[in-house]
Design a protein around this ligand. Structure first.
Ligand SMILES: Cc1cc2nc3c(=O)[nH]c(=O)nc-3n(C[C@H](O)[C@H](O)[C@H](O)COP(=O)(O)OP(=O)(O)OC[C@H]3O[C@@H](n4cnc5c(N)ncnc54)[C@H](O)[C@@H]3O)c2cc1C
Length: 391
């Protein structure tokens, strides 16, 4: 091997210092594994998807495994400040899904039954009239009912990421910033050698936590990973006080438009179905009219919203074919672990992901979920599980 005695070592190397890599580092150190190295190519954390996120956290999902991931993650966020000693700014303002036809309502009812059966306590189905009473400023002539969960809400993704990483570092983990991973090799002794712009690191366990860039990292390890980047745009408004700031995330199921209070204004989101896979993160100014039309349609006073296009932004979702993450050791690549493809849910599921990965790395199994449901082999073996509650 060309590598010499200056080669560094670590028990676990995590590639990517976003919220997922940081949560894994935290959970590993909390479980007693201190020799953890996180490698981040940017000069600061949060320049990937984590810093672009809307920060929504919810347990209102349609598949048991996603609900289970949230049942760990949301109470974790609720006690984050106390547990870690750093803030995550969890606000339990809820998520309100507004159904505009009987099909949506039946869908919410089925999901509600699954959520309650799995142990979610705070979710409830509500009538159209209740929604009208809660938010008289919504246009509700077509709203036939909905579902609301009071423990859903928002966190500050950047703070949570920094909290995870700082706490991990307090317990021995190291973070190399400004360091790009350029290659991954296996040596004759079965060790993995991670090549970086700062030299090589020898380890037994490598975690791919590279977000929307995970496919390239997987390729370096000879693994074909079905994770594709997809642009998502968010529009923050200028200060606006004509709609209550105690509002939950409100989702108009007729077209997917959703919004939540943010600072003195609101954060508006809508997933344009015309987006195609790719690394484009330019904000498209034409999006503003598209989203404001939908906003004013559902909330007539939003006609008075002011928006500064320079404050709007775009980031990348990391999509998998079944909208579920890919977690666990890659088949045919011993010691190469995946924590990828969160399909829009990486912030809310970061705590559970950290716990699952830490369990799998340290003990080979986890009690939190049936990890085989989220393994990479499910695609080749036809075991995909579709999540339809994607925002
Ligand atoms: C507009 C938008 C809104 C969203 N809203 C929500 C939401 O409301 N709720 C929610 O749960 N999720 C939301 N998401 C999704 C969420 O932000 C992501 O799923 C999550 O941030 C993924 O975290 P990560 O740590 O895996 O990825 P990232 O934060 O992207 O971190 C990956 C890191 O890997 C680094 N990296 C990549 N390649 C290399 C390399 N070769 N060497 C070293 N480092 C490398 C990158 O620099 C990056 O910092 C949203 C995303 C977007 C874009």
């Amino acid at each position: 091997m060309p590598y010499n005695a200056r080669m560094q070592t670590a028990e676990v190397v995590i590639i990517g210092g976003g919220i997922v890599g940081s949560s894994i580092a935290y959970h590993l150190t909390a479980a007693g594994c201190k020799d953890v190295l996180v490698i981040e190519r940017e000069t600061a954390q949060g320049k990937g998807s984590t810093g672009k996120s809307m920060g929504g956290v919810r347990a209102q999902f349609s598949t048991p495994v996603n609900i289970q991931m949230s049942l760990y993650s949301i109470p974790f966020y609720a006690s984050f400040d106390e547990r870690l000693g750093y803030p995550a700014d969890y606000r339990s303002q809820g998520y309100l899904f507004c159904a505009t036809n009987e099909k949506h309502l039946a869908y919410l009812r089925t999901n509600y039954q699954k959520q309650v059966a799995m142990g979610l306590k705070d979710v409830r189905l509500i009538s159209g009239q209740e929604i009208r009473d809660m938010f008289p400023l919504l246009r509700s002539d077509d709203i036939v009912g909905g579902s609301f969960c009071a423990t859903d809400g928002f966190v500050d993704p950047y703070s949570a990421m920094i909290g995870f990483m700082t706490c991990a570092a307090d317990h021995g983990a190291k973070l190399w910033k400004n360091t790009q991973v350029t290659g991954i090799q296996r040596d004759a002794e079965g060790m993995t050698v991670v090549e970086t712009s700062r030299g090589v690191v020898s380890t037994r366990k490598v975690v791919n936590a590279a977000g929307a860039w995970a496919k390239q990292i997987a390729e370096m390890a000879g693994v074909d990973l079905p994770v594709e980047p997809l642009r998502r745009m968010l529009v923050p408004t200028e200060p606006f006080d004509q709609f209550p700031h105690t509002a939950p995330m409100i989702i108009d199921m007729s077209n997917g438009f959703h919004f939540r209070p943010e600072a003195l204004g609101f954060l508006l989101a809508w997933n344009d179905p015309e987006e195609v896979s790719g690394y484009n993160t330019d904000f498209d100014p034409a999006f503003i009219e598209k989203i404001l039309t939908r906003a004013a349609d559902r909330v007539p006073v939003f006609e008075n919203l002011a928006v500064n296009p320079k404050r709007a932004w775009a980031g990348l979702y990391e999509m998998t074919p079944d909208h579920h993450p890919i977690l666990g050791e890659a088949p045919n690549a011993p010691g190469f672990f995946l924590a990828n493809g969160f399909s829009g849910h990486g912030v809310m599921h970061a705590p559970a992901t950290g716990k699952v990965l830490s369990d799998l790395i340290l003990t080979g199994k986890t009690e939190l979920i049936d990890a085989s449901l989220l393994d990479l082999s499910r695609f080749a073996e036809g075991r995909t599980i579709h999540e339809t509650a994607v925002l």
